[in-house]
Design a protein around this ligand. Structure first.
Ligand code: NAD
Length: 491
């Protein structure tokens, strides 16, 4: 994309692009080059109110649109997403920093959710039973809620909005997306495609803003449901505030993911997968492995293998051929990560691979960094790093490793590498995390499974994606009917 000087209208409300009512400009900076990608108008509460009004106005007609007609827009939307996939991915790389291949891959995972939501005429069906008592039938019907909102993070600008949008509208709700204000351009392009699909005005709306916009949605009486993905402190705030104001809320929070490497693991495969997991998307993935626990005598060989592979990862601008890892999102993020590394080293940690200085660096680059000997009490072990830093710990037994994992307050994901079915089963059975990998480094559920997450990584009952999404976006109505035979005789 050529740098834009004019401020882009980033709010799509009631089927039209609208200038922010606050007229506060927001610069979108390429994290790899430091260059201005575009400037957008940051929305405020008045824009958020306008989006809710548009979504509310569109709701009655959309709800009455038969499900098989509603999904025709999604079929068209899917075709448009596929046709413009490279443009979307390029924009994601420019505003987020991840490589083009990573941006392209995340979009495909998002499109899978559009495909699953196209099954809504079947997925949304209720159930019934005749003669629950003599001559009395009982029917469960699912109905949409009304106006729904999703608030999404910077790290998956195309995929995460698509965890929610397709299900929300396929089930007959209207929808507002508030993307991360750090990456609004991907969402903007996706909404251009929604517009092109012919979706009726007001069914999907886009508002690019920060906390004031979120607070407007949290307190608005016409918003029925809120989905959130982002850091745990904000997830906790949104869960508490949204629930207090009578909304159905699901909040996916931050993470601290462990992998356990058993002595019987296939070392080459394990080192490769752990590398991909730790350094893919520059570690800015809620499923990224952050701590590897090597069990027994595998530690030395595992460290050598993982360092060897990580030292060959090419860091740079994600639009350049051959680049395997991009920068982190902002300069603040970079210094926060480097401070955490410093704290770990001051506490007796050792550097196995030092990526803190990247030559010729103009962007927010940190190359793969691997540390060992970090105490369990150190912030590097206990907090989410969200950068390309892996720490390797050691334990004597699988029990000790599982005990170490259980000390984390997060429960997004955990993985084990082993060739023992018994060890894998024990791990799967005992570990307190919602997404488990067995010889898998990024245990990302497919669109037809819930994106789970436990403890501080999730607040709510129903997760995103799959059947949980249908449950989340619908209310169950139970009808109990009696039609006495005598009444029929009158006609
Ligand atoms: P973030 O919490 O800073 O922001 C997420 C969203 O909340 C953004 O839209 C932002 O505008 C809004 N927001 C930020 N501060 C707010 C506040 N005080 N009040 C109201 N709204 C606010 O998260 P981020 O930095 O964009 O994303 C990274 C985080 O997201 C990491 O912690 C990562 O683990 C998490 N994440 C979790 C999952 C998951 O599935 N559990 C997936 C992706 C990312």
């Amino acid at each position: 994309m050529t740098p834009q000087t004019a401020t882009l209208d980033a709010n799509y409300i009631g089927g039209a692009w609208q200038t922010s009512k606050t007229s506060t400009p927001l610069d979108i900076i390429n994290p790899a080059t430091g260059e201005l990608v575009a400037q957008v108008g940051l929305a405020g509460p008045a824009d958020a109110d306008a989006a809710v009004a548009a979504a509310l106005a569109a709701y009655p007609a959309w709800r009455r649109t038969p499900p098989q007609n509603r999904i025709q827009y999604l079929f068209r939307f899917r075709e448009l997403l596929l046709a413009r996939a490279k443009d979307i991915a390029r924009l994601t790389t420019q505003e987020n920093g991840k490589t083009f291949a990573e941006a392209y891959a995340e979009l495909q995972r998002g499109i899978e959710n559009v495909e699953v939501a196209c099954g809504i005429p079947t997925l949304m069906q209720g159930y019934n039973l005749e003669d629950v008592s003599s001559g009395i039938d009982e029917i469960m019907i699912r109905q949409p809620l009304g106006v729904t909102v999703a608030i999404t993070p910077f790290n998956f600008p195309s995929m995460i909005p698509l965890w929610f949008l397709p299900y929300a509208i396929a089930t007959g709700n209207t929808f507002i997306l508030k993307p991360s204000e750090r990456v609004p351009l991907t969402a903007r392009l996706i909404f251009e495609l929604l517009h092109e699909s012919g979706l009726p005005a007001g069914v999907c709306n886009l508002v690019v803003g920060g906390k004031p916009v979120v607070d407007t949605f949290l307190h608005h009486p016409d918003v029925r449901a809120i989905s959130f993905v982002g850091s745990t402190p904000v997830a906790k705030y949104i869960y508490a505030e949204g629930s207090l104001h009578g909304k159905r809320v699901q909040c996916q929070g931050g993470a601290k993911n462990y992998v356990v490497v058993m002595p019987d693991a296939d070392l080459e495969m394990t080192a490769k997968i752990v590398n991909d997991s730790a350094f893919g998307c520059a570690g800015q993935r809620c499923l990224a492995v952050s701590v590897a626990v090597a069990v027994g005598d595998v530690a030395k060989k595992f460290k050598e293998a993982v360092v060897d592979m990580a030292s060959n990862i090419r860091t740079g601008n994600g639009l350049e051929e051959g680049v395997q890892m991009g920068p982190v999102i902002t300069a603040d993020s970079k210094s926060r990560i480097l401070n955490l590394v410093d704290k770990g080293l001051q506490d007796g940690g050792k550097v196995l691979l030092d990526g803190r200085k990247v030559a010729g660096d103009v962007g927010n680059f940190i190359a793969p960094t691997i540390l060992s000997g970090i105490a369990a009490s150190n912030p590097l072990t206990s907090t989410e790093i969200f950068g390309p830093v892996l720490t390797v710990n050691e334990s004597n037994t699988l029990d000790d490793a599982i005990e170490l994992l259980s000390r984390s307050s997060f429960g997004n994901s955990a993985a084990i590498f082993t060739s023992s079915g018994a060890a894998a089963r024990k791990f799967r059975y005992e570990v307190q995390a919602g997404n488990i990998g067995v010889n898998i480094g990024v245990a990302a559920p497919m669109a037809y499974f819930p994106f789970s997450g436990w403890r501080d990584s999730f607040m709510g009952v129903l997760h995103g994606q799959g059947k949980d999404a249908i449950e989340f976006y619908t209310d169950k109505k139970v009808v109990i009917e009696r039609w006495p035979k005598e009444w029929s005789r009158k006609f």
